[in-house]
Design a binder for this molecule. Structure first.
Ligand SMILES: Cc1ncc(COP(=O)(O)O)c(C=O)c1O
Length: 381
C-alpha cells in the first residue's frame, strides 16, 4: 500500500501528468501558430462540444460568470426585471444579475437533491418576473420538466447554469436523453480548472438552440458588434483563449472517462459512508444522471459536520463547505431584505453539508483512506 500524505479536494497535477503527452503538443501548436485570440481551436472546440452535448450552437466565452451575464444580456433582461435564482448556490447567477440592475428573487431548494425546488418557484412569480435560473448543483439535474412547464405557463425564460454538471443527461420524462444545458432557452457552463471539464485558466460557454439568439449572444460577447467597429448593442469582451480551447479539445475526449472515475469513486464513498450513523450520502436524482462535480454529504448537526471537517484536516485531507452561507444572508445581497429563516432548507444545508475530495484521479485506496478518518462514534450515539 502506498503511503498517503495529504489529499486535496481536486488533483489537477496528477490529471495533467496523465494527459501531458496530449496537452503539451496541443499547447505548443498554439504557441507556434501565434493565434492566441480566436485561433482555429476555439471554433473547433465549439463544434466538438456541440456534437458532444447535442446542442445546436455552442458559444465559447471567458468564464462561467460571463456566460450567465451574456445570457441575461442576450435575452434583453433589463433593470427592474425579476429573475428567480436558488439561494443555496454559487454567487455567479445572482452577481451577474445585480450588475445588470436586475432584481434577484431568491428561492429555496429541495432538501434531498439540493437543487431549486419547483414547488417554491410559482409563488415568487410577479408581473415583473422574466426568467428562472435552474442551477444543476454538484453534478445532477434539476426537475427541468416541472420548471420548464412553469416557465412556459408564465412566459419566462429558462436559463440552465450547467457549470457543475457538464456531461450529465436527463433520464426521465420528455427531456430523457438530452444533455443538461441544452434544454433551456440558454445553457451556460464554466471551464474553471476544477470543473469536470476544466481548462488551465478561465473559460466558459453558452449553449443555445435558436439561431437568432445565438447571433445576439455572439455579438454581446464581442462588444455588441457583428461588423468590426459597428456597435449595435452595448456588449462586453468575453473570449475563450486559444490555448484554453486547445487544452479543452484534449480534455473533452476524456470527459466520459473522467465522469466514470468520479461515479466509481462516488459509489465507493456511498458504500462505506452509508454504514456510518449520522451521515447521509448524496441522493441520486430521478431526473438525470449524476456526474459528481462534488461528493457532498449531509450531517445531522453543524457540530458534527465541523468535527468531521477537523478530523479530516488533522489527517491531511482537504474538505470544503459548499456553501457556508445562503446567498440571501450574505452582506452583498442583504438588499433583498430576507431575514434568517426565509429559506429554511438552504440555511440548514449550509450548516450541515461537507464536500469530500472528488476528481478524475480518485482511487479506491484514496476513498477508503478518507472514509477511515471519519469517526463519528464519539459524536453520534
Ligand atoms: C454553479 C456555478 N455557476 C457559475 C460559476 C462561475 O464560473 P466561473 O468561475 O468560470 O466564472 C460557477 C463556478 O464555480 C459555478 O459553480
Amino acid at each position: 500500500m502506498t503511503t498517503i500524505k495529504s489529499i486535496q479536494i481536486v488533483d489537477l497535477q496528477s490529471q495533467y501528468q496523465r494527459l501531458k503527452s496530449e496537452v503539451d503538443p496541443a499547447v505548443q501548436e498554439v504557441m507556434t501558430d501565434g493565434n492566441f485570440i480566436n485561433g482555429k481551436q476555439v471554433s473547433q472546440f465549439a463544434e466538438e462540444l456541440s456534437s458532444y452535448t447535442g446542442s445546436r450552437f455552442t458559444i465559447p466565452c471567458a468564464n462561467g460568470t460571463d456566460a450567465l451575464q451574456l445570457a441575461y444580456m442576450a435575452l434583453d433582461l433589463k433593470q427592474g426585471d425579476e429573475i428567480i435564482i436558488p439561494a443555496f448556490n454559487y454567487v455567479a447567477a445572482a452577481e451577474a444579475a445585480c450588475l445588470l440592475g436586475l432584481t434577484v428573487v431568491f428561492t429555496d431548494v429541495d432538501p434531498v437533491s439540493f437543487n431549486i425546488d419547483p414547488a417554491t418557484i410559482e409563488s415568487k412569480i410577479t408581473p415583473a418576473t422574466k426568467a428562472v435560473v435552474a442551477v444543476h448543483l454538484f453534478g445532477q439535474g434539476c426537475d427541468l420538466e416541472a420548471i420548464s412547464s412553469i416557465c412556459e405557463k408564465h412566459n419566462l425564460f429558462l436559463i440552465e447554469d450547467n457549470a457543475q454538471a457538464i456531461g450529465a443527461e436527463m433520464i426521465q420524462g420528455k427531456f430523457a436523453g438530452k444533455k443538461l444545458g441544452t434544454i433551456g432557452h440558454i445553457g451556460t457552463t464554466s471551464f474553471f480548472p476544477s470543473k469536470n471539464l476544466g481548462c488551465m485558466g478561465d473559460g466558459g460557454a453558452l449553449f443555445c438552440q435558436d439561431e437568432e439568439l445565438t447571433a445576439r449572444i455572439k455579438m454581446m460577447a464581442n462588444h455588441g458588434q457583428k461588423v468590426k467597429y459597428h456597435y449595435d448593442y452595448v456588449g462586453i469582451n468575453s473570449r475563450l483563449d486559444t490555448i484554453q480551447a486547445a487544452i479543452l479539445r484534449v480534455k473533452l475526449e476524456h470527459l466520459d472517462e473522467f465522469t466514470k472515475a468520479r461515479q466509481k469513486a462516488a459509489s465507493s464513498y456511498t458504500r462505506i459512508l452509508k454504514e456510518k450513523k449520522g451521515i447521509t450520502p448524496p441522493a441520486i436524482s430521478p431526473f438525470s444522471t449524476h456526474v459528481f462535480h462534488q461528493y457532498t454529504i449531509l450531517f445531522e448537526s453543524n457540530e458534527t459536520r465541523n468535527r468531521v471537517k477537523s478530523q479530516l484536516q488533522e489527517a491531511g485531507i482537504q474538505s470544503m463547505i459548499y456553501y457556508p452561507s445562503s446567498l440571501h444572508l450574505q452582506k452583498a445581497y442583504a438588499g433583498t431584505n430576507l431575514p434568517t429563516g426565509s429559506f429554511p432548507v438552504s440555511e440548514s444545508l449550509c450548516e450541515r453539508v461537507l464536500s469530500l475530495p472528488m476528481h478524475s484521479e480518485m482511487t479506491e485506496e484514496i476513498v477508503e483512506f478518507i472514509c477511515s478518518k471519519i469517526d463519528l462514534s464519539e459524536i453520534v450515539r
